[in-house]
Design a protein around this ligand. Structure first.
Ligand code: SIN
Length: 493
């Protein structure tokens, strides 16, 4: 399968060119763009397509469009907003092959994973289509018995949504879904590395009946910082939702403080993954494969520090090494490919640095550990044992296919190691002891815990972190809270 993209000038239109995407023979997804920057496939480095390089002025125009559309969209009945979201979901599912193909082309993940992502992404639209008509306020007994008190939950306004490249479809729908359900309008800054997915989603949104100006996509590469500054400082933007690194989150938060925007930030993780002595090792192994190697280790919830009780340490290492030997790293379109490339060479460099740092400090390299000749963005699936605190992996998110195993002797030691971290997004542990399960789940300083499971992402579950992993929750019934304000109305007699 391949994606073909052609540019067709369209002078005189507000949009200056048209992009057509086709997978196989039949062009199906088509959308309009401005001028262009080059996006390449991370596996082959072949040109995937050219994308608009928006600048500050364009970002301001998009914000104004969203602001203008808000006046009407906030009054659209919730049931109608629900139908639009549902129809957008249905269109995503109808175009699942094309969307998956676009994701693999620009992100590199295997086609099967891209297909799973499209379903995951669409599920947020489905979930929030069901939440849209159920945004309830409260009635409260006022202190003065002659007064009546209610709360109204109102759309926060125009939202600036800044999304990452690792789930170029799902991270958009997880933010846009609740925003539209609540009656907000949005300006989305698409990831520079995977912008075409965002544009394809916008085209489907348009076909689904999302009114003009309600969903606006900004694509930019060179101008990312400038456009981000506009989104985080413009007075018409009332809310910023960001998924990305903790370092960038801190910068954006500072910028947002100039106009005190409502914020939700889903930032970096460094997930502990604990295998206790009483764990079912096969279940733990399945959990590890799901958590550690999803998207070649490029998710915020990937296991980063694998802590294994010393009594099962050697056996578990053996299982992990045997499992990764069955992986096939390659082009995302390859029939046998189980794991794709990393997104770019900076990512490869970071993984390489982490591995070299660990080995130089005494870690045992059991598998991989090097770049692959498949292309500059490929790094081998790697297993490191005998990790110790002080190695970079302990305190930095690797965001790559490196399983780093640490031995421990007691439950408390495992908990202390797990919590010895500035961030707290996800944590996982494996045990058959029910009381330990509650004890450890409560002791872990993270926003999400997987107990005997490594795949915890679900549209119905609140996704988010504590500590320097950020704040706010996405998905679930809590996801709407991030896009509404609570207005109190008190009546006297
Ligand atoms: C992320 O990596 O930020 C999202 C992962 C997920 O939704 O499972």
């Amino acid at each position: 399968m391949s994606v073909e993209i052609g540019l067709e000038q369209n002078p005189g239109d507000a949009f200056r060119s048209t992009v057509r995407l086709s997978s196989g023979d039949s062009p199906r997804l088509e959308f309009q763009t401005y001028t262009a920057y080059l996006r390449t496939n991370p596996s082959t480095l072949a040109e995937v397509g050219r994308c608009p390089e928006f600048d500050e002025e364009d970002a301001e125009a998009a914000i104004l469009a969203a602001h203008t559309a808000l006046a009407t969209f906030r009054t659209v009945p919730p049931r109608q907003r629900s139908r639009i979201l549902r129809s957008w979901h249905d269109l995503m599912m109808e175009n699942i092959e094309d969307l998956a193909c676009i994701i693999t082309s620009e992100n590199g993940k295997p086609l099967a994973d891209s297909t799973t992502e499209v379903k995951y992404a669409a599920s947020f639209l489905e979930w929030f289509s069901e939440e849209a008509p159920r945004i309830y306020g409260d009635t409260i007994q006022a202190s003065n018995p002659s007064c009546r008190l209610i709360t109204l939950r109102e759309p926060v306004g125009v939202c600036g949504l800044i999304v990452p490249w690792n789930f170029p479809a799902a991270m958009i729908t997880r933010k846009v879904g609740p925003a539209l359900a609540a009656g907000c309008t949005v300006v989305v800054k698409a990831p520079a590395e995977a912008p075409l997915t965002a544009l394809a989603l916008a085209e489907l949104a348009h076909r689904a009946g999302v009114p003009k100006g309600v969903v606006n996509i900004i694509t930019a590469s060179e101008n990312t910082v400038a456009v981000g500054r506009v989104l985080t400082t413009h007075p018409m933007i009332k809310k910023v939702s960001f998924t990305g690194s903790t370092a960038v989150g801190k910068l954006l938060m500072k910028q947002c403080s100039s106009t005190l925007k409502k914020l939700s930030f889903e930032l970096g993780g460094n997930a502990p993954f604990i295998v206790f002595e009483d764990a079912d090792l096969d279940v733990a192994l399945r959990g590890l494969i799901a958590s550690k190697f999803r998207t070649s280790g490029q998710t915020c919830v990937c296991a980063n520090r694998i802590l294994v009780h010393r009594s099962v340490y050697d056996r578990f290492i053996e299982l992990v090494v045997d499992a990764v030997k069955t992986f096939e790293v390659g082009d995302g379109f390859g029939d046998k490919t189980t794991h794709g490339p990393l997104i770019h060479q900076r990512a490869v460099q970071r993984v390489d640095d982490h591995v070299k740092d660990a080995v130089s400090k005494g870690a045992r390299l059991l598998h991989g550990g090097q770049r692959l000749p498949l292309g500059p963005n490929f790094f081998d699936i790697t297993v490191l044992a005998d990790m110790t605190p002080g190695m970079r992996i302990c305190h930095e998110e690797t965001f790559g296919p490196v399983a780093a195993l640490f031995p421990f002797d007691t439950e408390q030691e495992a908990i202390d190691l797990a919590n010895d971290c500035e961030v707290g997004l996800a944590g996982y542990f494996f045990s058959k002891d029910a009381s330990r399960c509650w004890r450890v789940a409560e002791a872990l300083e993270v926003g999400m815990v997987g107990v005997n499971i490594g795949a915890i992402s679900d549209p119905v579950a609140p996704f988010g972190g504590i500590k320097q992993s950020g704040f706010g929750r996405e998905g679930s019934k809590y996801g709407i809270d991030e896009f509404v304000t609570t207005k109190m109305v008190m009546t006297g007699i």
